[in-house]
Ligand binder design. Structure first.
Ligand SMILES: CSC[C@H]1O[C@H](OP(=O)(O)O)[C@H](O)[C@@H]1O
Length: 354
């Protein structure tokens, strides 16, 4: 088993820069890129060089540090600093609309300013970096806790289907859904995984298989359209996915195709689990109907991975996410434990106390 590389890392102090794996090149090329402007961080999030709800939050937090570098010198005044901080956080918030972790992280960076009115710009810059590092470290711990709680649900010899990539590459730690698999495997439960390729950007084929192979966990790649057949053939005993935003009633938004997998799991009486940290919950939304769904460029479908597979000017609809209603979710696994049954009362009871 090889030690997995870190999804991202900060270099230096407040005047430093962010290094991250460019996930668009995996699995055929492992390349790290350096982001030294806030625009480069914005573009990396937009283009999924860094992706996955928790990882997006961490990257955005570090993007704030970079964005503030232009305005810090001995003559800086705090009002100007705060105006720039608002400008930078609002800019980064436009990169992608669905993963609530992006907005949760940016709000935390703004809160640093509200909670420290008397710090100088230089002191604030240092304090913001400490907050970004805390967000990264907390995410790492949340992943580990999710893994341990989720592994309790996994029997020895279980075959698990997953959709998209909710692994270490989607977080600052071991992932969410994949953290459960890593923990179960480490406990000797001899699991195997079926990974949906996850069109159109193939996070499952490119990233989930790559991560599982690194950990010597048996993985079988299937087309998204094969999920029902493998369930019908009784090859699957559990489904685990990640999430990008979970509403107060437990409706979970995740990569497009997850809702279909949840319906298939229900039809085949297979437990469907969602693994996500508390930072992925948006209790301001009563249900998943209100979750903004990102629509991405048609070329991701008509020219997937650079090869044209549809006629020019073909009309395309490309929603990047869908919402699985709570009634299709057997349990939600968080760093605090298991939410089951998945109801507003259970969600609020666990998440509001955090
Ligand atoms: C641990 S969150 C992972 C989550 O994010 C992915 O979306 P994207 O690759 O577009 O950032 C997908 O929904 C995963 O389940």
């Amino acid at each position: 088993m090889t030690t997995p590389p870190k999804t991202m890392r900060w270099n230096g102090g407040p005047d430093g820069w962010l290094t991250m794996i460019d996930q668009t090149l995996l699995p055929t090329e492992f390349k790290e890129i350096n982001c030294k402007t806030v625009e480069e961080v914005w573009e990396a999030i937009k283009m999924l060089r860094v992706r996955g709800a928790p990882a997006i939050g961490c990257a955005a937090a570090y993007g704030v540090i970079i964005g503030m570098q232009q305005k810090i010198d001995a003559s800086s005044i705090r009002d100007e600093f705060d105006r720039r901080l608002k400008e930078v956080t609002e800019y980064l918030a436009t990169s992608r609309p669905t993963a609530v972790n992006l907005f949760w992280a940016l709000d935390r960076m703004q809160d640093v300013s509200l909670e420290n009115p008397s710090l100088s710009p230089q002191e604030m810059h240092q304090r913001l970096l400490e907050e970004a590092m805390a967000i990264e470290e907390e995410d790492r711990a949340m992943c580990a806790a999710i893994g341990q709680h989720g592994a309790k649900l996994i029997e020895k010899g279980t075959s698990i289907l997953t959709h998209c990539n909710a692994g270490g590459l989607a977080t600052a730690g071991d992932g969410t859904a994949l953290a459960v698999m890593f923990a179960a495997a480490a406990q000797g439960k001899e699991i195997q995984v079926y990974a949906d390729e996850t069109r159109p950007l193939l996070q499952g084929a490119r990233l989930t298989t790559w991560e599982l192979q690194q950990r010597d966990i048996p993985v079988t790649l299937i087309c998204d359209s094969m999920a029902g057949q493998v369930m019908k053939e009784k090859r699957i005993q559990a489904v685990i996915t990640g999430a990008d935003r979970i509403a107060a009633n437990g409706d979970a938004c995740n990569k497009i195709g997850t809702y279909s997998v949840a319906l298939l799991a229900k039809a085949h009486n297979i437990p469907f689990y969602v693994a996500a940290p508390s930072s992925t919950f948006d209790l301001s939304l009563a249900t998943g109907d209100e979750i903004p769904i990102e629509e991405r460029q048609p070329e991701e479908i008509t020219n997937g991975m650079g090869k044209q597979t549809a006629p020019e000017s073909t009309r395309v609809y490309n929603p990047a996410f869908d919402v699985t209603p709570a009634e299709l979710i057997s349990a939600i696994i968080t760093e605090h434990g298991i939410i089951q049954p998945v109801t507003t009362e259970q969600v609020r009871s666990q998440i509001e106390k955090t």
